[in-house]
Design a protein around this ligand. Structure first.
Ligand code: HEM
Length: 293
């Protein structure tokens, strides 16, 4: 599903003026896209009804939340199907794109930084020796350098662009410059927090364009200010899939590095490597060279 220019504009309008869009009856996604996903959910519900299946999955949980009895799945209302589709789509968007994006950028940083790849590989091999050679959850969690590399990737190449909130009360933001006026954010104002602006602020991370996983090392992490590293957001609406996302990224990289050395190719873009947008535009070219050990 491609996102058109108009789709992008509607997305922004939906965030800024959700009620206006509702009054106008405008939909963010095209009819074709909506019908595609609604059909998938309908088929899944039909399959559950016909085969009396109820797995411990998201659709089942949502059906329970709506108090839909198993015997009445054939007459489920369009409204509930739409709601379940919206939730399933949200999970797909939030979970899939973010994780694959992080993986791509992590691979990119690894191929540009040979020393980091060697250190990572040595940590992976060393840790697995302590865990009977098995790639398990506990083994992955014991890899501190891998954790630092993933966090640094998420700082420099944050998969989401902003966090959106609404001010619950009037709030004053004082300027650092005494000649500038205090900014009043009125109750109800939509607030967008640009993650990358915070991640690339030299007051938070010195030499911010540099990929340096050691910023997050055990000895350095006390220097990281609260709310200065927010790839998963923060507060009660922060990412629900934080653990899942981190675990998947770490698992895939561990398996990849165990079996291959990742190398740049002649096409790999190196000029402005900290500029995520440029990197994506050029594509991420990588050679997988099988390890022989
Ligand atoms: C590297 C991977 C991921 C990153 C960087 C990421 C990032 C984010 C961010 C920035 C938010 C908004 C948080 C806020 O506004 O404070 C968010 C929300 C969310 N994420 Fe993730 N995410 C990742 C993986 C996942 C996965 C794997 C899932 C599900 C399986 C997931 C499910 C969600 C959900 C449901 C929300 C909405 C939470 C709410 O509104 O209460 N995410 N994520």
């Amino acid at each position: 599903m491609s996102i058109s220019m108009m789709g992008g504009v509607k997305h922004i309008l939906a965030k800024l003026f959700p009620r206006l869009l509702k009054i106008m009856g405008a939909k963010v996604y095209s009819k074709e896209a909506r019908e595609f996903f609604i059909t998938i959910i309908k088929q899944s519900i039909k399959m559950r009804y016909e085969h009396e299946f109820s797995g411990p999955d998201v659709i089942n949980t949502l059906l329970q939340l709506y108090n839909v009895e198993k015997t009445r799945l054939d007459i489920i209302s369009e409204r509930i199907v739409e709601d379940i589709t919206a939730q399933a789509l949200l999970l797909y968007y939030t979970g899939y794109e973010t994780t694959t994006f992080t993986l791509s950028m992590l691979v990119y940083e690894i191929i540009l930084n040979g020393g980091i790849q060697t250190k990572l590989y040595e940590e992976i091999v060393g840790t697995l020796k302590r865990f009977n050679g098995t790639v398990s959850y506990d083994a992955i969690m014991a890899m501190e350098y891998l954790d630092n590399v993933v966090k640094e990737t998420l700082r420099l190449h944050t998969p989401t662009s902003l966090l959106d909130r609404r001010a619950m009360s009037d709030y004053e933001i004082e300027s650092e410059d005494p000649n500038e006026k205090t900014l009043l954010v009125k109750k109800g104002t939509p607030v967008w927090i640009l993650q990358k602006a915070i991640h690339l602020d030299p007051n938070n991370f010195p030499n911010p364009e540099k990929f340096d996983p050691d910023r997050f090392s055990y000895g350095n992490k006390q220097n990281i200010k609260n709310y200065s590293h927010i790839p998963f957001g923060s507060g009660p609406r922060s990412c629900l899939g934080y653990r899942h996302g981190m675990t998947v990224v770490k698992l895939v990289i561990t398996e990849l590095l165990l079996n291959y050395e990742l190398l740049p190719t002649n096409n790999t873009y190196v000029e402005n490597s900290s500029k995520t947008y440029n990197v994506i535009n050029h594509g991420i070219w990588v050679e997988l060279s099988p390890r022989r050990e």
